[in-house]
Design a binder for this molecule. Structure first.
Ligand code: FAD
Length: 403
């Protein structure tokens, strides 16, 4: 515990949305923050995420709202297309809470905007937590590069596959739900026929192709299919070959995407897994973001929750200097858990609707797209963008801004 007049210290592991926003707020409250990031440099990349509801309020309090607005992906709406590219159903953007959000931004751009706002925070790339020793008054971290760090708290913001979480928290308290959806995600060159909409194409076998515009003159592509297969740890060439075989007869722009993925430098594969952890804190170690509550793309709103989580955690830690750490962390969890739980579990029916497996399912989906553009499809697309929106009942805690 810091003595009166001494600067309080925190270690944050993971430099994406949750870790950087926690670092931002702790730094603003006068803490010394060391951020450890496993990657050798800033991790750019990722597709459109959007910021809604309370997360927009957090960005406003950070003073970053205009910067995020200026980095808008330029996407204007969502359309479902047929094999020949003609539009089967349209979901136009309709305001900040519509299917396409006013604050839609690439994940990498959002992370970079927050990063640029915390130049004084100590950022260590290419290093990770190797050992955690908990003491009554502090937590000690030894890193793989041999650093020894002491702090009041270790904040674990390492995403859904967090190793530090798995090391510190009992395995029985970490619940993983594999949604059985595989995604190949990457940036491809833009061509003349690419427009400003998110174009979504479904083929039988639960296979889909997504093309989305960005603000960098390129196109963001996803090949997503269910049932999926675990490609994590599979050599990139082999993984891509497997996806190519699966997509051989899909049609529309699948082959263009596959060819471009051969050269994409940000190509990655994901097997969507929701995470729920019974308790987010253990001693002086605390989880935030996907490490604690990964909702996945199908749950929607992961970036917004990460922004709110970083703020809520920092607010609880700085609330009362004399509060014991366990009660500060319990306060964070009590405030934050209802927001993460609201996004909740993704119903199996929603997965089946998004990824129809049979021709009958595809036909049913085609009818549904035409008939219920305003309901099911809208709900689904909103979830993929942001999760539920009824933030009215929840308010942000206040933040002490001085040490
Ligand atoms: C490169 C990338 C691309 C993404 N693309 C999308 C997307 O297209 N759409 C979408 O909805 N979501 C995407 N996400 C996930 C999205 O960022 C999160 O769902 C959400 O923003 C919550 O973020 P988070 O900070 O909790 O976790 P994440 O964004 O997953 O970040 C975790 C961070 O911790 C780092 N890390 C992991 N393990 C360790 C370790 N042991 N020690 C130190 N650092 C570690 C990772 O390198 C990463 O920087 C992406 C994430 C990443 C990292």
């Amino acid at each position: 515990m810091a003595q009166p007049g001494e600067q309080r210290r925190a270690i944050v592991s993971g430099a994406s949305i949750a870790g950087l926003s926690t670092a931002f707020w702790l730094h603003r409250a006068g803490w010394h923050v060391t951020v450890l990031e496993r990657a050798p440099q800033f991790r750019d990349g990722g597709q459109n995420v959007d910021v809604r509801g309370l997360a927009r309020e957090v960005l406003q309090r950070m003073g970053l709202l205009d910067a995020v607005r200026a980095a808008n992906t330029t996407e204007t709406g969502t359309v479902v297309v047929n094999t020949d590219g003609t539009v089967r159903a349209t979901l136009p953007s309709d305001g900040p809470e519509g299917a396409t959000a006013e604050l839609e931004v690439l994940r990498g751009d959002l992370a970079k905007i927050i990063l640029d706002a915390v130049p004084e925070v100590e950022l260590v790339y290419g290093d990770t937590v190797a050992e955690v020793r908990q003491h009554d008054d502090r937590v000690e971290v030894v890193t793989t590069a041999g650093r020894r760090l002491d702090a009041e708290f270790l904040v674990v913001a390492e995403g859904a596959r967090s190793r530090t979480r798995d090391r510190v928290f009992p395995a029985a308290t970490i619940h993983r739900r594999d949604l059985d959806i595989t995604m190949a995600v990457g940036t491809i060159p833009r061509i003349d026929t690419d427009d400003q909409t998110w174009r979504w194409y479904n083929a039988v076998g639960g296979r889909s192709v997504h093309l989305r515009p960005d603000n960098h003159g390129t196109t963001r592509a996803i090949l997503a299919y269910a049932p999926g297969e675990d490609l994590l740890g599979v050599d990139r060439r082999e993984a891509l070959a497997r996806v190519r075989t699966r997509y051989a007869d899909v049609g529309w722009q699948a082959l263009r995407v596959l060819d471009a993925f051969e050269h994409a430098d940000d190509l990655y594969f994901d097997q969507l897994t929701q995470i729920r952890v019974d308790q987010w804190h253990r001693g002086r170690v605390v989880l935030v973001g996907d490490a604690a509550w990964c909702v996945t793309l199908m749950g929607g709103g992961g970036a917004s929750l990460a922004l709110i989580g970083g703020y809520t955690l920092a607010a609880a830690l700085t609330d009362d200097v004399n509060a014991d750490p366990v009660s500060a962390l319990a306060t964070y969890e009590r405030r934050m858990r209802p927001m993460a739980d609201r996004v909740g579990r993704t119903p199996k029916a929603l997965v089946r609707f998004a990824y129809p497996r049979t021709r009958a399912g595809l036909v049913a989906r085609g009818i549904a797209d035409r008939l219920v553009t305003g309901t099911i499809l809208r709900t689904l697309v909103q979830r993929l963008h942001a999760g539920k929106e009824d933030d009215d009942a929840v308010t942000l805690p206040t933040m002490r801004s001085c040490p």
